[in-house]
Design a binder for this molecule. Structure first.
Ligand SMILES: [Zn+2]
Length: 441
């Protein structure tokens, strides 16, 4: 284990330019940047970054039979919560599953969705997501590098452990992944599940230029700890959060002396400075956080032992199996609303609605323990009709007394999220959607 950690740490200097860990003097490195999961027998969520080849590792491919080829690439909407344009679409692709094992792949995808939605704010906002599976038929069961570094298997995506000589680093062939992802209608996030129980994963958090998704997480399907790694990676890809872990006793990471990082959850300031400046997570200081303890500015974060601080002692951005902290939850919700809209037309908006018509919209139900729901209001020509609040459909005939004339009027529904989990008003302003129809007697 010690050797693998050393390998990981030497490459952390090649982290994203502009991030707290970047070394401006480091030469540009070829390949794709990935985050390395933390060691198996520890709690750390990650172990820095490294660059890996974009290609997978594979036994030379034999051809799929006609039956296998027919099953390959089949798309299934596993979780359907509405139109793709208004939802966050997670696309799950399996690797190392033979044609006969595809039903288990879909069950594994369902299981990982259950693990994800056990973590807030996914629990509350699960109805903002669609989940798609794309069947990838492999000639052999299991993936390369499991159990031994030199194990080679013929799989659809070329997944392999021992990537960059790190046992738990599970890399993929990005081109092959994209080939399958492109078969789904839209991807905001990609999860690659390897048919394995071996601990491992990787975070490819560079947004896709061609397919538009925010990142790829890889995980072993049969390993629960790997699922936690994948959820941590969505903290980067969706929440744009920085790592809150750091490296004691590692040369070069004793003290951060650079400028204030852009990331929302690490800072060079003390809690008092944050409060005085109204900066970063100042609105949460002193509050009880779901990961334990109160929000402050704890020394250590962004890989550095001192000089950078994090909001809480032990959130998911530092340790596996933990919840996001309060600033992390807020950042995740902000990420959800970058992709999702909370009011979608069910009744088409491109024609005038008349007496016999009904205006209907889809507003997702929230599923948090507090029972809180989105606030729904109706307006006619901009004036609120308070008696209709909370409804998702209205008959035009119900409006007859208000329409009064034969002119066209505008009927609209607005759904708004007033969650106490978001305190930043700039984010709160994004958490509202409106659908409008033209109505006429
Ligand atoms: Zn990370």
């Amino acid at each position: 284990m010690a050797a693998a950690v050393a390998v990981a740490l030497t490459t952390v200097l090649a982290a994203t330019p502009g991030s707290a860990a970047a070394d401006p003097t480091a030469p540009p490195t070829a390949g794709v940047e990935v985050e390395i999961p933390g060691p198996e027998h520890g709690t750390l969520a990650g172990a820095g970054h490294t660059h890996v080849p974009p290609e997978g590792r594979n036994r030379p491919a034999s051809r799929l039979s006609a039956t296998e080829a027919a099953a390959d690439g089949e798309v299934t909407k596993l979780i359907d919560n509405g139109p793709t344009a208004d939802r966050l679409d997670i696309v799950v692709v399996g690797d190392g599953y033979t044609a006969a094992e595809l039903p288990r792949f879909r069950a594994d995808a369902q299981q990982k969705w259950a693990e994800l939605t056990a973590v807030e704010p996914y629990t509350t906002y699960r109805n903002l997501f669609n989940v798609w599976t794309v069947d990838a038929v492999s000639n052999e069961s299991g993936v390369s590098g499991d159990p031994a570094p030199d194990t080679l298997r013929d799989t659809a995506l070329g997944s392999y452990f021992w990537c960059d000589d790190i046992e738990r680093l599970l890399c993929v062939d990005q081109g092959k992944v994209d080939g399958y992802v492109a078969k789904a209608p839209e991807a905001d996030l990609v999860l690659v599940l390897a048919n394995s129980t071996k601990y491992g994963g990787a975070g490819y958090n560079e947004p896709s230029k061609t397919l538009g998704y925010e990142g790829i997480s890889t995980a072993s399907a049969g390993n629960e700890k790997s699922g936690q790694v994948a959820i941590h990676e969505t903290g980067h890809s969706l929440g744009k959060l920085a790592d809150e872990y750091f490296y004691p006793n590692y040369p070069g990471y004793e003290r951060y002396v650079g400028p204030e990082p852009a990331d929302s959850n690490i800072t060079s300031f003390t809690a008092d400075d944050l409060a005085d400046r109204g900066a970063k997570w100042h609105r949460w200081l002193g509050e009880q956080s779901p990961d334990g303890g109160t929000v402050g500015a704890y020394e250590g974060g962004g890989y550095y032992v001192t000089g950078l601080r994090r909001p809480t002692e032990n959130s998911l951005m530092r340790s596996l199996g933990q919840p996001f902290n309060l600033p992390g939850v807020e950042a995740m919700i902000a990420g959800f609303y970058r992709e999702a809209r909370i009011a979608s037309p069910v009744t088409a908006t491109d024609r005038t609605l008349r007496m016999g018509d009904t205006a209907k919209a889809l507003v997702p139900r929230l599923t948090g323990a507090d029972g809180r729901q989105l606030r729904i209001r109706w307006y006619l020509d901009g004036r609120e009709m308070t008696s209709l609040a909370g409804r998702t459909d209205v008959r035009v005939s119900d409006l007859a007394l208000r329409l009064l004339d034969l002119r066209r009027h505008t009927l609209s529904i607005t759904a708004e999220d007033r969650t106490p989990s978001v305190r930043d008003r700039a984010i709160a302003r994004t958490m509202k959607s409106t659908v409008s129809w033209t109505v006429r007697l």
